[in-house]
Design a protein around this ligand. Sequence first.
Ligand SMILES: NC(=O)c1ccc[n+]([C@@H]2O[C@H](COP(=O)([O-])OP(=O)(O)OC[C@H]3O[C@@H](n4cnc5c(N)ncnc54)[C@H](OP(=O)(O)O)[C@@H]3O)[C@@H](O)[C@H]2O)c1
Length: 271
Amino acid sequence: MSRPEKNTTTLRHHILITGASSGIGAALAEYYARPGVHLTLWGRSEERLEKTATAARTKGASVDTLSIDLTQAEVALKELIKADDKLAVDILILSAGMADIRPHNALAESADTALKMSMVNFATPVAMATEMANRMAARRHGRIGIMGSVASFHDLPLATVYSGSKAGLGRFSTALQAAMTPYNVRVCLIAPGFIDTPMSQRLDGEQAFLVPVEKAARKIARSINSGRSVLVFPWVFQLTRLLEMALPRPIAHRILRRLDVMQHPEGEGGA
Ligand SMILES: NC(=O)c1ccc[n+]([C@@H]2O[C@H](COP(=O)([O-])OP(=O)(O)OC[C@H]3O[C@@H](n4cnc5c(N)ncnc54)[C@H](OP(=O)(O)O)[C@@H]3O)[C@@H](O)[C@H]2O)c1
């Protein structure tokens, strides 16, 4: 980071981040990396994980990496417990996620995509956050950051599973926060708009209020560190949320059905 910041991580040595091989998770790993911090970084691609790990080690952090597929919730839980038993996790950040919009000319996403996305975006992070919250509550200390999306505020016909999985995650996050606050465990729901990462780069067309990933990581980390319960940014998406709530649902749906976005296959950059 170019500007020195108040370091609230000095007492939180172990930070586990999912989705650390790319985008926001990788930028968060770099943000937190410094001497005295141990990072456990999860992702699928070993090559990209190693890139994040090397950058973090250069900044003085010690790093473990794990290549893992989060459609396997039971494996993820076992690995989480192993990592926490080795060194108590102080901050858990659940950034991994997949975004998919329905294929061109299809009415909805495929059932296969729906199942995978439900695991990666909802079931596995929920199981991990629950396990970690119980462990942190017993220690009376911990932070959990959960990556939702402003897509959860809207009935998106193009992305029914993405918006639905993030809406479920959002409710879970604030409910867990209500349960955990008395035990000094703070749960932060992060609901961003467009952030400049490989995920958003797969989408065709202009992305309104696009935020650079380093700026987003700073904002997210500060919110998690300070114990904030919900972060929605850019703020304009609070307005679109209110607008959809104010409109009669059939009218809102008529407008939302007009959205037409194309998505490039994974691995290909967008326009
Ligand atoms: N970018 C945005 O505009 C935006 C907006 C709102 C919310 N979000 C949310 O922010 C989070 C991070 O997104 P991003 O923009 O950083 O996307 P990204 O650059 O595409 O990164 C996604 C990360 O999730 C991991 N991942 C995906 N599927 C996985 C699976 N089955 N098992 C394990 N890991 C998996 C990826 O691992 P590999 O790369 O190794 O496969 C990668 O590390 C997501 O939850 C996303 O929904 C993003």
